[in-house]
Design a protein around this ligand. Structure first.
Ligand code: AMP
Length: 507
């Protein structure tokens, strides 16, 4: 028989020490690798008893808990396809996901049970519950089931998960991720970030997204390391835990929030070996402040739901502020002209395209959309604009759809934002294109300033004068208390564009 390519089998078939600690929770529960496997076996048996068959989708909209992670492992083990959903999705949004993915089982918080039950029957799905402590009908059922479960045979190209992309325009698309996609990326990251069984990861990310679910959890489990599971970002608790942890993975907001604490010092971070950031751009300024305060250079990496991780700054070697590093081993990256697809010379800005075992199989039930986003030679068109510098570091300048075209000229928001961010008193900024009768789009800056700084539009425009070509200069500079962000820390430029849509038309 061919070797089982199921992610679960590759994670645990050669486990040597079942007593090794896998997860510790904020309230002191300690779960060993052996227990994780036992719980997943019980849960897998329960899933089968609920009618879940190989290839079926199992959707989960649950709070973060060890049971929620066990559910993911059990679904994969049973040969089904795990479909995690952001806890913020409303019933209206869920109805679309359920209609599209047609899960045979949905696991949800008891508070949403009645509402979800009503839409689940339309697609013939059963519903189980799981609360923030992991309690509910799923666990009750699992407890009564046998821990013995023979992991279902899967090939590397079979689906392990579908993750809907956070897509800010159009309908969300389900990214189909295979067992090989997840395994290859986790093993690569384990190596490049030097994970070992001595590591203790502070895990404060949600587990419905590729970052917390695959990058953080799979890398830890493949390394036989331990993770401390926290329900959310709690800067003071994280700083205390650093005394006995070794790695933190976070979105940029983690780092800006931690920097606000006077308790973040060289001493309090002395036990840590690695700080990793991703999912949204880490400001070069934050990177420098972090290095100055702690003596650690944050390691920034770049990835997306469809591709897992693509690039990473080096473990040894320079971690360049504002850059996302080199393509990972086995991953090819190139920058092309967005119109023609022709590869551009080094240093020029264009569309980032990637190819490798990390890249997904396509969008669920959207063959045309899938075909449109791959080049004939297999490269995936990421939608991110960027460049590769002379040393080979990849730099991202923003999403293609955030590009501003003013008077026929391309304006890359990041270039303008970097100049604005360098003005004393500016905390951060977002540059967007707003409809403009003369220019098509007017370059518009939305700025968060330091409470004590006396900044206004004129000061910012004056500071930019001579720094940027005239066509890149903002037509207006607006001040806000904070930029709108989603849960992964990404600035929601679409929200800003909607808010200021009438800025130049006065309508
Ligand atoms: P998601 O699919 O929700 O993980 O979003 C993926 C997108 O996040 C990418 O296409 C990038 O636009 C952005 N992203 C992820 N990591 C970084 C990073 N280190 N720097 C800049 N943008 C990033």
């Amino acid at each position: 028989m061919t070797k089982n390519a199921n992610l679960f089998a590759r994670l645990f078939d050669d486990l040597e020490d079942p007593s090794k600690l896998a997860i510790e929770t904020a309230d002191g529960n300690r779960i060993s690798y052996g227990e994780l496997i036992e719980f997943s076996g019980r849960t897998a048996n329960y899933l089968v008893s609920r009618g879940v068959k190989v290839g079926d989708r199992v959707a989960a909209q649950t709070e973060k808990s060890v049971s929620a992670l066990v559910l993911y492992l059990a679904v994969v083990r049973a040969g089904a396809v795990y479909l995690p959903l952001n806890t913020a999705y409303t019933l209206n949004e869920l109805e679309y996901f359920f209609g599209d993915a047609e899960p045979s089982l949905i696991v949800c918080d008891p508070s949403k049970h009645a509402g979800i039950e009503a839409i689940a029957h339309k697609v013939g799905a059963k519903v189980d519950t799981m609360d923030a402590n992991g309690d509910g009908s799923l666990r009750e059922g699992a407890k009564k089931s046998s821990p013995e479960f023979s992991t279902i045979q899967r090939s590397g190209d079979d689906l392990a998960a579908i993750l809907y992309t956070s897509g800010t325009t159009g309908r969300s698309k389900g990214a189909m991720l295979t067992h090989d996609n997840l395994v290859s990326n986790a093993l690569t990251l384990k190596d490049v970030w030097r994970f070992t069984d001595k590591d203790v990861l502070i895990h404060a990310l949600p587990i419905y997204h590729t970052h917390g679910l695959f990058v953080a959890s799979n890398v830890t489990l493949f390394s036989r390391a331990a993770m401390i599971f926290l329900p959310k970002l709690d800067p003071e608790l994280i700083i205390r835990l650093m005394a006995r942890a070794t790695v933190l993975m976070g979105v940029p907001t983690f780092y800006t929030r931690l920097l606000q604490s006077p308790n973040l010092t060289k001493d309090s971070t002395a036990h840590m070996r690695l700080f990793i950031s991703g999912s949204a751009p880490l400001l070069a300024e934050t990177h420098r402040e972090w290095s100055a305060r702690t003596g650690h250079a944050v390691l920034e990496r770049y990835g997306m739901t469809e591709t897992n991780m693509n690039t990473s700054n080096p473990y040894d070697g320079e971690r360049v502020p504002g850059a996302v590093g080199f393509p990972l081993p086995g991953v090819s990256a190139r920058v092309t002209d967005p119109e023609t697809g022709k590869e551009l010379p080094r240093g020029e800005i264009g569309m980032i395209e990637v190819k490798g075992p990390n890249v997904f199989k396509g969008y669920w039930r959207m063959p045309e959309k899938t075909a449109a986003e791959f080049r004939p030679d297999g490269f995936f068109i990421t939608g991110d604009l960027g460049k590769i510098d002379s040393k080979g570091y990849v730099h991202i300048v923003g999403r293609g759809k955030d590009l501003v075209i003013s008077g026929g000229f391309n304006v890359y928001p990041k270039e303008v934002e970097s100049e604005i961010d360098a003005i004393p008193g500016v905390v951060e900024s977002a540059v967007i294109g707003v409809p403009h009768a003369d220019f098509g789009e007017g370059v518009t800056a939305v700025v968060v300033s330091d409470k004590n700084a006396k900044l206004d539009e004129a000061v910012v425009l004056h500071a930019l004068d001579g720094k940027l070509a005239k066509f890149k200069l903002p037509k207006r500079v607006l001040f806000v208390d904070e930029l709108p962000r989603n849960t992964m820390g990404k600035v929601q430029k679409n929200v800003l564009r909607d808010s200021y849509a009438a800025l130049y038309s006065g309508k």
